[in-house]
Design a protein around this ligand. Structure first.
Ligand SMILES: Cc1cc2nc3c(=O)[nH]c(=O)nc-3n(C[C@H](O)[C@H](O)[C@H](O)COP(=O)(O)OP(=O)(O)OC[C@H]3O[C@@H](n4cnc5c(N)ncnc54)[C@H](O)[C@@H]3O)c2cc1C
Ligand code: FES
Length: 279
C-alpha cells in the first residue's frame, strides 16, 4: 500500500505569473517517475500537499483537469513560508507532491444536471478544473446547462486569462466574468460576485451550485443562492481549513466530527448546516 505521508518528486515544466501583482503563479508539473504518474488518479476538487525542500508543505487544489493528463497544475497565491518558497522556484526545479487527497466534486451526482459554478480569488482554480472536465468532448453530453460566474477584484487579478478568452468563444456554456472595480480597458461586467449571481439568476430547477472562493464572497453569495431556490443538498462548498497531515490522522482540520482533509474539502451545505460554524 502507498505510504500517504510520502511525497513523490515532480519537475516544474512551466510557470505562469497569473496576476499583475505577481502574487499568483500557476505551476505545471511532470512526474519524475512513470509509476507515480500511473497511481495519481484524481477528480476535480481534490487537493495535494506540495512541499518545497527544507521549508515544509501546504495543501493546494488541483487546477488542472484529469482530462488533460499531460500535466498537473497548481495555482499558488503567495501567502507565507511554503508559498514564497514555491514562488522562488523556477522551471526545472523539483518539488514533492503528496496526494491526491480529499473527496473532490461528486461527478456522478452532477451527471444529468445543470451546473452553476461560482468562484473568486485563487479558489477559482478547482472550478477551472471542473469546468475543463465537464467541457471535455468525452464528458460534455453527460451534463446539462453549464454556467460559470467568476469574479476578481480587478481585471489584472483575473486568473487563466488566455483560457478565459478561449472559453468566451465557446457556445456550449455560459460564462460571466466580473470585476469589483474596472479599468480603462475593461469593457465587461463590474460588480461583486453575489450581485452578478442575482442578476444572472440561474435556474435552480435541475441544478447543482458549486461555490469556491474567499469566505466573504461565499458569505454574501449563499443568501442569493437560497433566494434562487437551490436546496442545501444541491449546494456544494469547498472549504480551506488549516491542515497538517491531509489524511484524517492529526485532528488539525476538524469541524465537529468531520475532517475537512478526509471528508472534504467539498461539502454539501446540508452537511455543513449540521456542524458547528467553525469554517
Ligand atoms: C484544501 C485546500 C486547498 C487549497 N488550495 C489552494 C490553492 O489552490 N492555491 C493557494 O494559493 N492556496 C490554497 N490553499 C491555501 C494554502 O494551503 C495556504 O495559503 C498555505 O497553507 C499557506 O502556506 P504558507 O506556508 O505559504 O503560509 P504560512 O506561512 O503558513 O502562513 C501565512 C499566513 O497565512 C495564514 N494561513 C495559512 N494557511 C491558512 C488557511 N488555510 N486559512 C487561513 N489562513 C491561513 C497564516 O496564519 C499566516 O498569516 C488551500 C488550502 C486548503 C486547505
Ligand atoms: S489535516 Fe490532519 S486530520 Fe485533517
Amino acid at each position: 500500500m502507498k505510504n500517504p505521508y510520502l511525497p513523490v518528486p515532480m519537475r516544474i515544466e512551466r510557470v505562469v505569473v497569473e496576476t499583475e501583482d505577481n502574487n499568483v503563479k500557476t505551476f505545471s508539473l511532470s512526474f519524475l517517475n512513470k509509476e507515480d504518474e500511473g497511481s495519481f488518479t484524481y477528480t476535480p476538487g481534490q487537493f495535494a500537499e506540495l512541499s518545497a525542500l527544507g521549508k515544509g508543505e501546504a495543501p493546494f487544489g488541483m487546477a488542472s483537469s484529469p482530462t488533460q493528463p499531460w500535466c498537473l497544475e497548481f495555482t499558488v497565491n503567495k501567502a507565507g513560508v511554503v508559498t514564497t518558497a514555491l514562488h522562488n522556484m523556477e522551471v526545472g526545479g523539483i518539488l514533492g507532491v503528496r496526494g491526491p487527497l480529499g473527496n473532490g466534486y461528486p461527478i456522478e451526482a452532477l451527471k444529468g444536471r445543470d451546473i452553476v459554478m461560482i468562484g473568486g480569488g485563487f479558489g477559482f482554480s478547482t472550478l477551472r478544473a471542473l469546468t475543463n472536465f465537464v467541457l471535455d468532448d468525452a464528458n460534455r453530453r453527460s451534463f446539462g446547462d453549464i454556467t460559470v460566474i467568476y469574479g476578481a477584484r480587478s481585471p489584472g487579478l483575473l486568473l487563466y486569462k488566455d483560457e478565459l478568452e478561449e472559453w468566451q468563444k465557446r457556445t456550449d456554456f455560459h460564462l460571466y466574468l466580473t470585476v469589483d472595480v474596472g479599468d480603462e480597458e475593461w469593457t465587461g461586467r463590474v460588480g461583486v460576485v453575489p450581485k452578478v449571481t442575482r442578476e444572472v439568476g440561474p435556474s435552480s430547477e435541475n441544478a447543482y451550485v458549486v461555490i469556491c472562493g474567499p469566505p466573504v464572497m461565499t458569505k454574501f453569495t449563499l443568501p442569493v443562492i437560497k433566494e434562487l431556490g437551490f436546496p442545501p443538498d444541491r449546494t456544494l462548498l469547498s472549504l480551506e481549513m488549516r491542515m497538517k497531515c491531509g489524511v484524517g490522522m492529526c485532528g488539525r482540520c476538524n469541524i465537529g466530527s468531520k475532517y475537512v482533509c478526509r471528508d472534504g474539502p467539498v461539502f454539501k451545505l446540508a452537511e455543513l448546516n449540521q456542524l458547528p460554524q467553525e469554517y
